[in-house]
Design a protein around this ligand. Structure first.
Ligand SMILES: [Zn+2]
Length: 346
């Protein structure tokens, strides 16, 4: 989600989107911050951004759990005409949601086609009370990465209080695995023995999982907790395409045992290749690492291996820039949760 809109929400997300072709002229009240001006030198694009923000103000949402509205819009040019498309978040039952920016892009595709989403969407604009909080969640990063010309996509926040417009590059929310720093067993925050155990465990985990639809990128992951226990998981697909990610899987196991604090997680892919760690899985790791932060532990070390004895290591904080977690908008609730759920022995 957009950095500003997001400060407040973890559950946010959803969509009640409305496609719309807005015909009224954009207001002159919006103005780019000085830092944003260089990112939008094109006068026509500026006008489209302002028009999208006017439209986003009225985008429908249904954030029944978080009560945090994510109102998104873009303007695309198709056959010489400009079209406004809206997106908004909706939430349902358990903390589940359709996110504003994902709904927006889905609406561009359904109203036009996938090629239009990839080549004609130049920006995603959010209308909000204030700007400056978290960026998109991990899943929305995956979706934008997969469906748009992400290297050139701009993220816009229009702040209603003063009509200032804050623009950033979506690419600033991405960190490719090849950019994770190379590491050696001697330089990691766990012992070479623990690294060997985790690597072997993740490698064996990868033999399992469910790969009925997944022909590539199958991975296994193993995590070491502060109690010395190892949890592991492999990716699992299903016919509804609700993929279950390996890091999320092992973190759910450790949480089930009330073993909430992880020291390191090793991810293994096909031998000879660096594994891909989806941004959605990074979001799970970031949330868990915020538990470490709350209790003054170091962040979880995220370690990748190519299966040939080479390693790269980073943190979820570095791998998911500008992220948000429960700790950001419900710090007291997180404090209370850990106080009441962590066994004294852990
Ligand atoms: Zn999202």
């Amino acid at each position: 989600m957009k950095r500003t809109l997001f400060a407040a929400t973890l559950l946010v997300i959803g969509v009640f989107a409305v496609f719309a072709v807005v015909t009224r002229p954009s207001t002159a009240a919006w103005h780019l911050t000085s830092e944003s001006e260089s990112l939008v030198p094109d006068a026509k694009l500026r006008s489209q951004i302002f028009r999208a923000l006017d439209a986003a103000e009225h985008s429908g949402t249904d954030p029944s759990i978080s009560h945090f509205k994510v109102r998104a819009a873009t303007v695309i040019t198709k056959d010489g005409e400009d079209h406004v498309v809206l997106g908004g978040n909706t939430e349902y039952e358990l903390p589940e949601a359709i996110h504003g920016e994902s709904s927006l892009l889905n609406h561009v595709t359904s109203q036009f086609d996938a090629d239009t989403t990839r080549h004609a969407v130049r920006f995603v604009a959010f209308f909000g009370e204030r700007c400056g909080a978290g960026a998109s969640c991990g899943d929305c990063r995956d979706y934008q990465h997969a469906t748009t010309d992400y290297a050139h996509l701009l993220i816009v926040c229009g702040q209603s209080s003063d009509h200032s417009v804050h623009v950033s590059r979506f690419a600033d929310q991405l960190v490719d695995e090849e950019k994770f720093p190379p590491a050696s067993p001697e330089t990691l925050p766990i012992s070479p023995g623990d690294l060997a155990r985790l690597t072997a465990s993740a490698t064996e985990a990868r033999l399992g999982g469910v790969t009925l639809f997944t022909s590539i990128r199958h991975t296994g992951a193993a995590g070491l907790s502060y109690t010395g226990k190892i949890y592991r998981s492999a990716g699992g697909d299903d016919a509804a395409f609700h993929y279950r990610f390996p890091i999320g899987g092992l973190l759910q196991q450790s949480a089930t045992e009330r073993d909430y604090f992880l020291r390191a997680i090793v991810v293994v892919g096909e031998k000879g290749q660096w594994p891909v760690v989806n941004y959605r899985d990074r979001q799970y790791g970031f949330e868990s690492s915020s538990f470490n932060h709350e209790t003054n532990r170091p962040p979880i070390s995220l370690i990748l291996t190519d299966g040939l004895g080479h390693y790269r290591a980073t943190t979820f904080e570095a791998a998911l820039p500008h992220a948000f977690s429960t700790a950001d908008f419900m710090p007291e609730a997180l404090h209370q949760f850990l106080q009441t759920h962590v066994p004294k022995s852990k």
